[in-house]
Design a protein around this ligand. Sequence first.
Ligand SMILES: [Zn+2]
Length: 331
Amino acid sequence: MDNSPSDPLKQNNKFGSKGGSGLLESPLPFLNDPEGDRVPDGLPPIVDGHVHLFPDSIFSSVWKWFDEYGWPIRYKLTSEEIINFLLARGIRHIVALHYAHKPGVSRDLNAYMAAVCNSNQWVSGMATVFPGEKDAGKILADAFKSGLSGVKLHSHVQCFDMNSKSMEEIYEVCTNHGMPLIMHVGREPKSPAYPCDPYELCRSDKLERVLKNFADLKLCVPHMGADEFEAYRRLIEKYDNLWLDTTMALADYLPVEFWPELSEWRPDRIIFGTDFPNLPYAWDREIKNLVRLNLSGDSLARILGQNACEFYGIKMPVVPGKGGRYAKTNR
Ligand SMILES: [Zn+2]
């Protein structure tokens, strides 16, 4: 793939991946594109709404998987190094995600995330749970009590059916505690190395059932819902409880034939996020590409920071000072 930066959002109204057989049939390349020392000058405040933090041993397994099946990881950093890296470059707030890949490990992972995030007011940590595991609701309620401020689930890794009884329990706990749920339920990036077929589990009409049945649940789907872009664009028009994040959708990297034209999407429902540190390209690649889209100042401010603040409950300073970071809200 050409690694020169280019307009990632093609002037085309067709959507979809090549053939629908999955984007990760074989590992994708490393891009040695240049990186900046800081976020570019003159931009509205930036919140990274999609950063991964794990204990070192789990990061090692995750990276081994990516090296074999996904793409080479450019930033093999520890959780603490990740936080310092992004804040030092001018990111105002970090939303930190992780996920339990099997039952029985959520409590330990949540305790790790809470310890990392409670010592840093610029990082909001999401809880994890394995859908259907024993005491799933209690695990989440305890995680919220410990300081975590939402939930992250990943259907490709956890193989859940979003319309199942065990998921209803999770939707109810989140709704009752007023906590947002970020849930990877788009079909891509599909890999044959996943334990289940996301093309069977993840469909936009199944998500629509959740949006209808749990109208008070705040839901975010990463990667702009890849690759059912047109369906997701309609869903955010129709449902006020759905947000999408831009993670990897602005990078001009994944071999999707036609990325969505962002200016045509509802700007108050799009959250900027990167997937840092699990990236094969420069940490600021997507910020630079987003700027090139020439969105209105209001849309850019919303996408880069305001929407994440509203969705994740992050306090925006009354007067955003230069270099001023964003703190968590005490719920
Ligand atoms: Zn991610």
